[in-house]
Ligand binder design. Structure first.
Ligand code: PXP
Length: 237
């Protein structure tokens, strides 16, 4: 059965609209765990546009499932992760102007730096996952940099314009997954997944965990966070 990681960034986005203290992403994480999610994800961006340093410290102290810190490979952020020691670090590319993480990491172009960062994080006992596009060349480069987990970027699938495109992109993900399994990698998936498009991708065998944020937080406005997580968990599982 696939697992569900809930990304609480958008709770912090709402808080930042008024630069106040509520809604609190740590309180949200508690409710998500109570509703049965398997991990909590939060992205400490360099510009701190939503999640901040205090949030990740409190998440590390209070999350009882697993805390997955999403992060770029900038030296300062890597230093923070090494001191914090979350259960997992998911490495993502980060561009200041983007609304959200737009593409996967370029493992090939960043090979040397990634090797160093992954070793530093692994030496602290942190599991490392790499957020990448469903691209065989990128996947083939993963073992060399020392990671054992990848998260396939599902954005292209999620934003398919019609049924045919959606099926093609789903097949691309399924093929990438089978290729990655050949290297013995654990494969997660996420980005842009919602209560509709999750149905088909949840049927793809061997996806270990889905990481989902925006659609769950949006739905929580209407049905409450606990129900929103339960509904998504039922679809994922
Ligand atoms: N996984 C990764 C690596 C991401 O960067 C994001 C977006 O923060 C997600 C999953 C969740 O995407 P969404 O908020 O679109 O569900």
């Amino acid at each position: 059965m696939a697992k569900l990681g809930v990304n609480v960034d958008h709770v912090a986005t709402l808080r930042q609209a008024r630069r106040g203290v509520c809604p609190d992403p740590v309180h949200a994480a508690f409710i998500c765990e109570k509703a049965g999610c398997d991990s909590i994800v939060a992205h400490l961006r360099e510009d701190r546009r939503h999640i901040n340093d205090g949030d990740i410290k409190r998440l590390k102290d209070t999350v009882i499932t697993r805390f997955n810190l999403e992060m770029c490979i900038a030296p300062r952020i890597v230093g923070i992760a090494c001191r914090l020691k979350p259960h997992q670090a998911t490495l993502v590319p980060e561009r200041r102007q983007e609304l959200t993480t737009e593409g996967g990491l370029d493992i090939i172009a960043n090979r040397k730096r990634l090797k160093d960062v992954i070793k530093r994080l692994s030496d602290k006992g942190i599991e490392v996952s790499l957020f990448i596009d469903p691209d065989k060349k990128q996947i083939a480069a993963v073992p060399e940099v020392g990671a054992k987990i990848i998260e396939l970027h599902t954005g292209k699938y999620a934003h398919a314009k019609n049924k045919i495109q959606s099926l093609e992109r789903l097949e691309e993900i399924a093929q990438a997954l089978r290729y990655a399994k050949g290297f013995g990698l654990t494969v997660n998936a996420g980005h842009g997944l919602d209560y509709d498009n999750i149905t088909a991708i949840a049927k793809v065998k061997d996806i270990y965990e889905f990481n989902i944020g925006y659609s769950i937080i949006c739905r929580s406005l209407f049905v409450g966070l606990e129900n929103a997580v339960k509904e998504m968990a039922a679809r994922v599982k």
